[in-house]
Unconditional design. Structure first.
Length: 199
């Protein structure tokens, strides 16, 4: 059995910081042990440590950016037919949204945190239940416009999958201890939500 064919029920896709100590800690917090879920990052190396968000972004772009991340996640999701929950953060969340928009499956639940690049993929939607958690605002684009487009979709597909859009008072990166926007209150709240979801 190859590494891509481990039959876990959950997948967690990191943001541009990759498999950092903070990401490993988050995965362990919500799942209990990193062996019970597939943890995915945009990078080939198993662990990452970036001093700044700028360095992480440069590395993300050098590694192929969002398109390469989408391809990587597509291979993993297609090879794991027992996946039931996909959880993503930032770039990982946007990539998962795109993956599930292009690969119709209604037996998976998506939970996506601050997927800023989702703005590029609004023409097609997933056919599975999707919960998107947006921050208070985004500096690079009009978040209200993106939310409006999402909420105006009469249905996500012919399967009429549920789309839940949530916006909170925190900033992009509130779930990442490496981010300046990290918020312990938000982190604890959403970790508890994810633990309930995965049980």
């Amino acid at each position: 059995m190859s590494k891509l064919e481990v039959n876990q029920s959950a997948l967690v896709a990191s943001d541009i910081f990759g498999r950092s100590q903070a990401f490993e800690s988050l995965q362990q917090e919500i799942i209990g042990t990193t062996e019970t879920a597939i943890g995915v990052s945009p990078y080939k190396v198993s662990h990452n440590s970036f001093g700044t968000e700028r360095l992480a972004y440069e590395s993300f772009q050098t590694s192929g950016g969002i398109d390469a991340y989408i391809k990587k996640l597509t291979v993993i999701v297609q090879a794991n037919n027992k996946l039931k929950h996909l959880i993503g953060f930032s770039a990982g969340a946007a990539a998962l949204y795109r993956v599930m928009s292009l690969n119709p499956r209604n037996d998976i639940k998506l939970t996506l945190f601050y997927p800023g690049q989702i703005r590029y993929f609004l023409e097609k939607s997933p056919s599975c239940p999707c919960h998107i958690i947006f921050p208070e605002s985004e500096s690079n684009f009009s978040l209200p416009d993106v939310i409006k487009v999402l909420k105006q979709q009469p249905e996500l597909s012919e399967l009429k999958a549920e789309l839940k859009v949530e916006q909170n008072a925190y900033h992009h990166g509130f779930m990442n201890k490496d981010s300046k926007a990290f918020n312990a209150t938000a982190y604890n709240h959403y970790c508890q939500m994810l633990k309930v979801l995965l049980t």
